[in-house]
Design a binder for this molecule. Structure first.
Ligand code: PLP
Length: 405
């Protein structure tokens, strides 16, 4: 078969390969600590499970939903979003919610609607690996801005601004962030709002899928809260995958200016018809209180695991690679700042994949090498295991990385 050039441009996920290896090793009887999880390893809130069961009684739950989503859910999700971000009621008429098959699908739709061949989209590295792949899928060019660990993975505003050209169509902001586990401060968002105001043709895609997983105060702020006028060119991505531990149910929300709805609707109507009806119907009636209740013990666990990580990094003398996480459930381990790298070239060669593979073989701990996430010689640690397991797993990894001393 002669395949398209487009499909050949999409990279295979290394994470999935390593995951498959971890599964194989586990099958062979080896104790494996999987720190690659991009999801909360818990059952969702019982209220949602009960809602899904109850909705199975109705025929409409097995039939197509309206293309842009079940009307009551769109209304509820928009109301919940406005309440959580403390937006004034006066902006409600400007915005609409579209329900898709996960936030990844929402992102695919919005990039399809924005990006023409050769258009540039700015992404902040380290980034979630799907951003550049999806930008390329639509013929766009991902333009990277590096956020350095020693700046707490916060991009410098002048660097961000220096990447904007006449070809820039959009900029993707992800706060709280995958893979760094940080979120941007209110003052950063103020500066960002001021800077982006100068470029009226640039759309801001704000990926807020981890909004509810901020485990220190104050909670995340966004540029459009500082300057609501920017809502007219902002598209917000959200969903239930992370905050309700439902990655498999595939529900994502796009909050966008009303004028975009007919275009996103046209595209979604021709590609997937709608998101699944059963879950949409079950979500109607679930307010933000449910999410809060569900996440309270989970956030306590993440806070505790972040403390364990900090203490162990100091115990193993890895303080140089430490920074404080405050959201999502990840940490970027700068492998180059560990004794394992003594005498190893970390400037021109990226060893992340081979090191993560070696760590898995030697210690049974699976990590995500960050080569696909726009950062070399680094690995992502997921902080969602139990306190006992995370301590055991981190001790194994840190012992391995410091044994060359
Ligand atoms: N955005 C980020 C930053 C993510 O990490 C993920 C999932 O890992 C998504 C979006 C996609 O979420 P969904 O499961 O709703 O497609």
């Amino acid at each position: 078969m002669k395949l398209s050039k487009r499909i050949n441009q999409i990279n295979e996920s290394i994470t999935l390969k390593l995951n498959a290896k971890a599964v194989e090793l586990k099958k062979s009887g080896k104790t494996i600590y999987n720190l690659t999880a991009g999801q909360l390893p818990f059952r969702p809130h019982e209220k949602l499970v009960e809602g899904i069961i109850a909705e199975t009684k109705f025929l409409k739950s097995f039939q197509y939903a309206p293309v842009t989503g079940v009307a009551e859910l769109r209304e509820l999700a928009l109301g919940n979003f406005m309440k959580a971000r403390k937006l004034d009621e006066s902006v409600k008429d400007q915005l609409s919610c579209i329900v898709s098959n996960g936030a990844k699908h929402s992102l695919t739709n919005i990039l399809a609607a924005l990006v023409d061949k050769g258009d540039e989209v700015i992404v902040i590295a380290p980034y979630w690996l799907s951003y550049p792949e999806l930008i390329k899928l639509w013929g766009g060019v991902p333009v990277e801005v590096i956020a350095e660990r020693y700046n707490g993975f916060i991009p410098l505003m002048e660097e961000l601004e220096s990447k904007i050209t006449s070809k820039t169509k959009a900029i993707i902001i992800n706060s709280p962030n995958n893979p760094t586990g940080i979120y941007y401060s209110e003052s950063w968002m103020r500066d960002f709002a001021q800077m982006i105001k100068k470029y009226p043709d640039v759309t801001i895609v704000s990926d807020e899928i981890y909004y509810d997983l901020a485990y220190f105060d104050p909670t995340p702020t966004y540029h459009y809260q500082v300057d609501p006028e920017l809502l007219s060119r902002t598209v917000i991505l959200d969903g239930i995958s992370k905050n309700l531990a439902c990655t498999g149910l595939r529900i994502g929300y796009t909050f966008a200016p009303v004028s975009l709805v007919p275009y996103l609707s046209r595209l979604q109507g021709q590609t997937t018809s709608s998101a699944n009806s059963l879950v949409q119907n079950a979500l109607v009636g679930m307010d933000r209180q449910t999410i809060k209740e569900f996440l309270t013990p989970i956030k306590a666990l993440l806070r505790k695991n972040a403390e364990i990580l900090r203490d162990l990094m100091h115990e193993y003398d890895l303080g140089e690679a430490f920074y404080q996480v405050n959201g999502a459930f990840y940490f970027v381990l700068d492998l180059a700042k560990t004794p394992y790298f003594n005498g190893v070239d970390s400037k021109t060669v990226d060893h992340s994949i081979s090191i993560c593979s070696e760590i898995l073989d030697e210690t049974g701990v699976a990590l995500v090498p960050l080569s696909d996430f726009g950062v070399a010689n680094a690995a992502r640690i997921s902080l969602v295991l139990s306190e006992r397991d995370i301590e055991k797993a981190l001790r194994l990894v840190f012992t391995f990385l410091t044994k060359k001393v």
